[in-house]
Design a protein around this ligand. Structure first.
Ligand SMILES: [Mg+2]
Length: 278
């Protein structure tokens, strides 16, 4: 292998200075657990001062967006609001609204996700419903048998089966994990033979939602993250700029060996700060 390259690795991508909207992964990109990544605070504050649009995206549909606002405040950021947070739940809401007018939905999700759906004007049906426009599964940490039964009944009756995020597990402290949305979905698939349509990262529906929310051009919108097969693949699938940072999960070698090509390879978001604010 030759010398490691940093910076723009796809000559066709726009310069960092031309990017008008950054969508940021959190863990591994902005923070490592409770610790901020060096330069992340300077980078966010610089975008706030310049008026550059930025958002934090999480595939976790179990928590309320305001929980992430609080998390950002705990990390030391100020001026954060609901508007800065995007979740796979938001992507699902956008998907449902653009695939039906006033869709009636059965949702297996946390109370927080139910609130998010209702606030977006989506009609939620009860567990005894006989029909629905969509059967939706979130990362439901309040899942129970009756929900599984309702999903199976609706899905086997032909109701479209959609799920917020394709994550198999949700990592916890100490090497532990919880079964995530895709593991729960596999139970319904095993019972019914029907695969769900997933919408969060890395699927194009995530970028459809981002561009519709921001009104920005795809080539001036970037996804920044530390995972090739979620963050960077999202950018590739949706035709926006993919910025890989080496501050979290992936190494330079992983990128060379992988088959997802970022537009930029940077040590961390501090490199964006130096390019646009330095
Ligand atoms: Mg990450």
């Amino acid at each position: 292998m030759g010398a490691e390259k940093r910076g723009k690795v796809n000559a066709g991508a726009v310069d960092l200075q031309e990017i008008e909207c950054f969508v940021l992964d959190m863990d591994g990109t902005i923070n490592l657990g409770d610790r901020l990544i060096d330069g992340a605070k300077e980078y966010i504050e610089c975008m706030q001062q310049k008026g550059t649009q930025f958002y934090f995206f999480t595939n976790n549909s179990s928590k309320a967006p305001l929980d992430y606002v609080k998390k950002l405040e705990r990390l030391g950021f100020t001026g954060m609001t609901r508007k800065h947070i995007m979740t796979s739940g938001d992507v699902m809401i956008h998907y449902l609204k653009t695939h039906g007018s006033d869709p009636k939905v059965y949702l297996a999700g946390t109370p927080e996700l139910e609130v998010q759906f209702r606030e977006a004007g989506i009609t939620l049906l009860g567990e005894d419903t006989q029909t629905a426009d969509f059967a939706v599964l979130g990362f439901d940490t309040t899942f129970h048998f009756k929900k599984a039964d309702t999903l199976c009944r609706l899905v086997s009756g032909g109701v479209p089966f959609v799920a917020t995020n394709i994550d198999r597990v949700c990592p916890l402290d100490g090497g532990r994990f919880w079964p995530d949305c895709a593991s729960m979905a596999s139970m319904i698939t095993y019972a019914t033979g029907v695969e769900p349509k997933f919408v969060g990262k890395p699927f194009k529906e995530t970028v459809d939602y981002i561009l519709s929310k921001t009104g920005m051009e795809a080539q001036k919108t970037a996804m920044v993250g530390d995972r090739l097969y979620t963050d960077i693949k999202t950018a590739k699938n949706g035709g926006i700029v993919g910025i890989a940072v080496l501050s979290g999960e992936i190494s330079y070698g992983d990128i060379v060996e992988g088959d997802v090509e970022p537009d930029y390879i940077l040590d961390s978001v501090y490199d964006i700060y130096r390019a646009i604010c330095g």
